[in-house]
Ligand binder design. Structure first.
Ligand SMILES: [Zn+2]
Length: 121
């Protein structure tokens, strides 16, 4: 009796070394395909810009801005969505209306915190 040699399906797992490059300007990067996006980042960024513009007693250096940005995001729920090209702006406006009160409050608190805990040089 001859044994039938079964086909072996070898699954090769291709490991792609994905390096996490620090995105210098995530907001200005234009998504070409399907992207995972945390809308909260955009909402906070816009809100932060507004609040910083309206006040002259806050240091606007990049270190302080990023500190305020991080502090705010840590106190707000992430809003991840998978989105294709084109939907992002409309969706952002919807979410901005929905969360703006919370974001304004958290950004304000972040500004107050960073103002008294400056870490810039
Ligand atoms: Zn500063």
């Amino acid at each position: 009796m001859a044994k039938k040699s079964g086909k072996k399906t070898v699954k090769k797992i291709m490991k792609k070394a994905v390096k996490n490059k620090p995105a210098k300007s995530a907001a200005s990067a234009v998504p070409r395909e399907i992207v995972l996006k945390n809308y909260m980042e955009d909402i906070v960024k816009r809100n932060l810009d507004d609040q910083l513009q309206a006040r002259s007693d806050i240091c606007g250096c990049s270190r302080c801005r990023m500190d305020i940005f991080a502090y705010s995001l840590n106190h707000l729920p992430p809003k991840y969505v998978v989105s294709g090209k084109g939907h992002i702006f409309t969706k952002l406006q919807e979410m901005e209306m929905q969360f703006n009160a919370d974001v304004t409050r958290e950004v304000y608190k972040a500004v107050e915190f960073i103002r008294t805990h400056k870490r810039h040089e």
